[in-house]
Write a protein that binds this ligand. Structure first.
Ligand code: NDP
Length: 455
């Protein structure tokens, strides 16, 4: 190690940083990780995990309503927000403890401080009044909510605060139509809050397959989530009894709470990256090569801070690949081309591979298979919500390029479909798979008719 305090110093104990630190330690490296907030990072502390718990809580509203068609009479269910938040916090504390335990067990030193680079090998820890050196540095500081600088933005919350609201508002206006906006719209709606979604596009979830976008937009309309599409907020005014959103088109919307879910930016401010010579991209992301190496040979970066594919499992994979490359003499580059995605909206979305629109740009002609049907459970419950299943197929090779699902359990299904798509499965191989009855997933292996666009 020739003179350095550590072989690896990781900045940020989120998904990518923790995985890399533990793995490097398992290869015999002396490792420290600095974390200024809580071990576990966004995913565990104020992202995927608490969000999914909230989604479960919120989905009971539909379950209670649906149960009547199956003979149940559950009376009038009563919901307690403080109880949910308390139980959620207890679970996050438990997971936080497991993460700390796992790091310590692996021999990783946890330093509770912000870390600032003063050069490529020197890290200042102002919280501990210490300076340490390391042969390699891994930047894994994730991202933070971005909120546009409009007048009154200080009256808006981000997803960070949404996890700790002292009480639920009667009405909430959510700005944005990406992952976080649609997930929280579903959560708040299920918990009985009047939800308005304000977004600039004609429909939700730009970047997703157009059929998926349409399906969720329609489903949210039917649920009674009010949507202001093609709109932008010019300012937020605080009034005596609430907030007023002033739209650019002069419309106004009264509400009790405003949440901005307008994207996340890489957390690269104030880390001393410039002093260490680390190059940043135009959105402040750390620029890296295929092996997550920055412009400085001994400094690497993984996860959202690199703004590649901002998802927990990708950060974990990048962290592992970095360790293989640097500490096990086994260069591994992460393939970001096929990454399954789930949106925990209600109904849920699961996608893997190319959307029809992206596939057309790359491959030209395509075979499209799709079906919309009312899932079995919705018949007795009387719920008027359809499931969408769609396969995007490249005609020459017959390869399935994309699978797109909207409906119950889509996330679970798409994880399995992702194995087939990653292996390069053909439509014929999907068809050769024996269906499992009665499931919704069986539709994926029984799609016979190519879809023909109406003329
Ligand atoms: P997204 O990038 O998904 O969506 C951002 C939204 O904000 C878009 O609707 C965008 O509109 C809108 N927007 C951006 N700037 C403005 C602006 N100035 N005024 C109005 N609207 C604006 O970001 P999220 O914040 O929803 O999520 C951040 C990231 O977190 C995601 O990209 C994802 O990687 C991750 N995530 C993943 C989840 C999952 O896997 N289930 C769940 C939650 C988050 P437009 O489309 O017009 O640009």
């Amino acid at each position: 190690m020739a003179g350095y305090d550590y072989d690896l110093f990781t900045i940020g104990a989120g998904s990518g940083g923790v995985r890399a630190s533990r793995m490097a330690a398992s290869y015999g490296a002396k490792v420290a990780v600095a974390e200024e907030y809580r071990v576990g990072g966004t995913c565990v502390v104020r992202g995927c995990v608490p969000k999914k718990l909230f989604k479960y809580a919120s989905a009971f509203a539909d379950d209670f309503a649906d149960s009547a068609g199956f003979g149940w009479d559950v009376g009038t269910p009563v919901f307690s927000w403080p109880k949910l938040v308390e139980n959620k916090d207890r679970e996050i504390d438990r997971l936080n403890g497991i993460y700390i335990h796992n790091l310590e067990n692996a021999g990783v030193e946890i330093l509770e401080s912000r870390a600032i680079l003063s050069d490529a090998h020197t890290i200042c820890l102002p919280g501990l009044n210490r300076k340490v050196t390391a042969k390699h540095v891994l930047i894994a500081t994730g991202g933070r909510p971005f909120m546009p600088a409009i007048p009154g933005i200080e009256h808006a919350i981000s997803s960070n605060e949404a996890f700790h609201l002292p009480e639920l508002p009667r009405r909430i206006a959510i700005v944005g139509s990406g992952f976080i906006a649609v997930e929280f719209a579903g959560i708040f709606h299920g918990l009985g809050v009047e939800v308005s979604l304000i977004y600039r596009q004609p429909n939700l979830l730009r970047g997703f397959d157009a059929d998926v976008r349409d399906a969720l937009t329609v489903a949210y309309e039917k649920k009674g989530i009010r949507q202001y599409s093609g709109e932008e907020v010019a300012s937020i005014e605080k009034t005596g009894d609430g907030l007023v959103l002033h739209f650019k088109n002069d419309m106004r919307l009264e509400t009790d709470m405003v949440m901005y879910a307008t994207g996340r930016h890489p957390n690269t401010m104030g880390l001393g990256l410039e002093d260490a010579g680390v190059e940043l991209g135009e959105h402040g992301e750390v620029k890296v090569d295929d092996f997550s190496r920055t412009s400085v040979d001994t400094i690497y970066a993984v996860g959202d801070v690199t703004n590649r594919v901002n998802l927990t499992p990708v950060a974990i994979r990048e962290g592992a690949a970095f360790v293989e490359t640097v500490f096990n003499n086994n260069p591994v580059a992460v393939d970001h081309t096929i990454v399954p995605e789930a949106v925990f909206s209600q109904p849920e979305i699961g996608c893997v591979g190319l959307s029809e629109e992206s596939a057309r740009l790359i491959h030209g002609a395509l075979d499209i298979y799709k079906t919309r049907f009312r899932p079995m459970k919705n018949v007795l419950s009387g719920r008027d919500e359809q499931t969408l299943m769609k396969l995007v197929v490249e005609p020459e090779s017959d390869r399935v390029l994309g699978v797109h699902l909207v409906g119950p359990d889509s996330a679970e299904m798409v994880q399995m479909a992702a194995i087939a798509v990653t292996m390069g499965a053909t439509k014929a191989q999907f068809d050769a798979t024996i269906a499992l009855h009665p499931t919704s997933a069986e539709e994926l292996v029984t799609l016979k008719q190519k879809w023909v666009a109406p003329v």
